[in-house]
Design a protein around this ligand. Structure first.
Ligand code: LMR
Length: 394
């Protein structure tokens, strides 16, 4: 049997991580995988996570199974964080999942299970694992225009035109904030127009929110998903705690399914729990428990929010430094978009050949589509990157 397996193409982001690790050059710069790094290049354990872990170690008395949906207190805390009071709680089903990817996977499986004909529409471009999972599940997928290569902003007209083609019952995957890989985001007024089109065509929105708190702030970054959830009859939401709690390896995420009416919630809740059972039984608990402790303890929460804000403002400062350094070196404003983008990523907007040249000549690693992880920079490496970009003639 095993001889029938076919080698699979390496995930571009993970292959880049490996190549960076193996590069012996001093001064190499990693702008690849979406992991936050501080100015020393370290991905720190956040203070509140450390404090919660200590308390948990001292007080946890059992490691027995939780429930198929995970601890309901985790779902409640995450619903509060992501949705606030925008949607009646009784309409929301939620389960813990192994990270944001687990939530995406379970959401896709739910779609395939109930409506195998549904096409899932993805932004062009999107996180490469979205189409990869859909193809693996043999689910129909399509793309809507999103990024304007000229302006490096959102191709909003193209987006609306393509969304108008969506069939009733199809699913439209939207990045709740901090679009990955481009960094270009919709304004709230544009979100309202997108929602109107989705309502018109009868699509189901599936919001992927993996970077809440990395863009304009915790509340601000949730504004779009709250608008979608409160204005659409049904909605799926995949939220990740990997980035904003810095607990990447703990695999902590949540999938929410919002039914049109509260009487639909028990069926959705039971179905999500059943799906968990089919795939891995009980979702991981450690990260979810830490997140719950932080979100429900005012002191821990205040410290977490403060540290997250430091992270966000640090990335914003790097964006501004890079845009102004490029302005100075190139004598043009064409890189101004870097300061407008939000979140961890920006798409520089150059060719794979140029990306390869930056890697070969300067040991600067970014994803082949020219996605840069801004958090991979620091005040000293920004001028090096800016010089390399200008020298390469980008
Ligand atoms: C990324 O986009 O780099 C992150 O979401 C990490 C991953 O799993 O790809």
């Amino acid at each position: 049997m095993l001889e029938l397996l076919q080698p699979q193409p390496a995930d571009k982001i993970l292959a880049l991580m490996q190549a960076f690790r193996e590069d012996p050059r001093a001064g190499k710069i990693d702008l690849g995988v979406g992991v936050y790094k501080n100015a020393e290049g370290v991905t720190p354990v956040m203070r509140a996570i450390k404090a919660a872990e200590k308390t948990l170690w001292e007080t946890e008395t059992t490691k027995a199974y939780t429930g198929l949906a995970g601890d309901p207190a985790f779902s409640d805390a995450m619903i509060d964080l992501v949705l606030g009071t925008s949607v009646e709680r009784a309409r929301i089903a939620a389960v813990a999942t192994p990270g944001g990817t687990g939530a995406i996977r379970q959401g896709f499986e739910l779609i395939k299970w109930v409506n195998p004909e549904a096409t899932v529409w993805l932004s062009a471009p999107t996180w490469p694992n979205h189409p990869s999972i859909l193809k693996f599940l043999k689910m129909p997928l399509a793309e809507y225009r999103y990024f304007d290569d000229e302006t490096r902003g959102v191709d909003f007209e193209g987006m609306l035109e393509d969304l108008a083609q969506v069939k009733a019952g199809d699913v439209v995957l939207l990045h709740g904030c901090c679009h990955n890989p481009t960094g270009a985001n919709l304004t709230l007024a544009q979100w309202a127009e997108v929602i109107a089109v989705l309502q018109e065509v009868g699509a189901v929105p599936f919001v992927d929110i993996a970077y809440q708190g990395f863009g304009d702030g915790l509340e601000e970054d949730a504004a779009a998903v709250r608008m979608v959830a409160s204005e659409m009859p049904e909605c799926l939401i995949a939220a990740s705690c990997s980035k904003n709690f810095g607990i990447y390896r703990e695999r902590t995420g949540v999938l929410m399914a919002i039914s049109e009416k509260a009487d639909g919630q028990p069926l959705a809740q039971g179905s999500l729990a059943f799906l968990n059972r089919q795939n891995y039984s009980f979702p991981p608990d450690h990260g979810a428990r830490l997140v719950t402790m932080i979100l429900t303890d005012p002191a821990l929460r205040a410290d977490w929010e403060a540290e997250l804000e430091e992270v966000r403002l640090g990335m914003l400062a790097l964006r501004e430094q890079l845009a102004s350094e490029l302005q100075r070196l190139s004598g043009s404003d064409r890189f101004g978009f870097l300061a407008q983008h939000r979140g961890m990523f920006s798409r520089l907007g150059t060719t794979p050949e140029m990306v390869e040249k930056l890697r070969a000549d300067h040991a600067i690693y970014m994803v082949g589509d020219s996605r840069m992880n801004i958090a991979g920079l620091n005040a000293q490496t920004v001028p090096i990157l800016a010089q390399a970009i200008v020298d390469a003639g980008i």
